[in-house]
Ligand binder design. Structure first.
Ligand SMILES: NC(=O)C1=CN([C@@H]2O[C@H](COP(=O)(O)OP(=O)(O)OC[C@H]3O[C@@H](n4cnc5c(N)ncnc54)[C@H](O)[C@@H]3O)[C@@H](O)[C@H]2O)C=CC1
Ligand SMILES: O=C(O)[C@@H]1CCC=N1
Length: 280
């Protein structure tokens, strides 16, 4: 059971997914989770009602009782948040950032000396405790505190400790990844509907197919290529489907999606540093 108290700074969709998974896991009591945002009291009421956590507007947070802060605002808001936090933090408090593209050093540089920072990248499947979450400790992070962060994140799925230079591509694969699979499903459903299938059954059929394939990849020793070959009978239906996919640039499209997201992750810090002028 996790004994530390954590405070979410930001109560958007990512924060809610993490809160939902953490509360559901039973690994941390809901009363040890405090959720804040700038001004949207209605949103806080909703979160408090739904998950039983404590909520306060950010200016009413009692800093002294918090062990780990989870930064869960948009990257564009980070400077204002760090400026506000800088003189309120004590040296033992940990900042856990879920922000895409923002490096640990970016955060450390804007705080007082040697503040503990841990950069993480979960995804919205945290809601069902099925996230693939990356963890990367900053240079001043105390390993005992990092273990608590990891335990917290294990309550929302699988945890992977990675080097910071891999964070952008990890974000392209797993942070943004669920959206690619949803996009795939949108197209599968659209096609099924246009062929007269019942939309509700289609959702179940498509999702079960995805789930089955995911489980095969996790639980069997074969590589994805071998698993694909096992589905593909010579001159059969799968071969025809895969040919059509390749002819439409399917493989390349997936690779470009990952690269596009990773490169946007790289851009985000540069934008905040003022190194990129006028992009997006
Ligand atoms: N949505 C996703 O799938 C994922 C998002 N992330 C990261 O999570 C962060 C949040 O993303 P979303 O939840 O999608 O955004 P969102 O726009 O839904 O939520 C942002 C929240 O931050 C709050 N906020 C802004 N300034 C604040 C401040 N000074 N103090 C307290 N709260 C403040 C806003 O009121 C809002 O509740 C982003 O940095 C994103 O890169 C990371 C992994 C996945
Ligand atoms: O779209 C975004 O920027 C965030 C980060 C990863 C997933 N969603």
């Amino acid at each position: 059971m996790i004994k530390q108290t954590i405070a979410f700074l930001g109560a958007g969709s990512m924060a809610e997914a993490m809160i939902s998974g953490m509360v559901e896991s039973g690994n941390i009591p809901a009363e040890q989770i405090i959720v804040t945002n700038r001004s949207n009291q209605e949103r806080l009421n909703h979160i408090q009602y739904k998950y039983g956590v404590r909520t306060v507007l950010k200016d009413e947070l009692n800093f002294a009782e918090v062990d780990q802060f989870i930064l869960a605002m948009k990257p564009k808001d980070i400077d204002a948040v760090l400026e506000d936090l800088k003189n309120k933090l004590n040296p033992d408090q940990v900042l856990v950032s879920v922000l895409a593209g923002i490096s640990t050093s970016y955060i450390e540089d804007r705080l007082n000396d040697r503040q503990e920072v841990v950069r993480v990248m979960p995804n919205t499947s945290s809601m069902l405790r099925e996230s693939a979450t990356a963890v990367c400790p900053g240079q001043f992070a105390d390993m005992e505190n990092v273990e608590v962060t990891k335990a917290l994140l294990r309550s929302i799925g699988e945890v992977f400790v990675i080097e910071e230079e891999k964070m952008d591509v990890f974000t392209g694969i797993a942070g943004s990844g669920p959206a690619y699979f949803y996009y795939l499903m949108e197209h599968i459903e659209e096609t099924g509907r246009s062929e007269g299938m019942d939309p509700e059954t289609l959702r179940e059929i498509g999702a079960q197919t995805l789930l089955g394939a995911a489980k095969m990849m996790l639980e069997r020793d074969e590589s994805p290529a071998e698993l694909r070959e096992n589905v593909t009978s010579p001159n059969g239906t799968t071969a025809a489907g895969l040919d059509a996919l390749a002819a439409s640039g399917g493989g390349q499209a997936i690779s470009e999606a990952v690269r596009g997201a990773a490169s946007r992750s790289k851009e985000l810090s540069a934008e905040l540093e003022g190194l990129l002028v006028g992009s997006r």
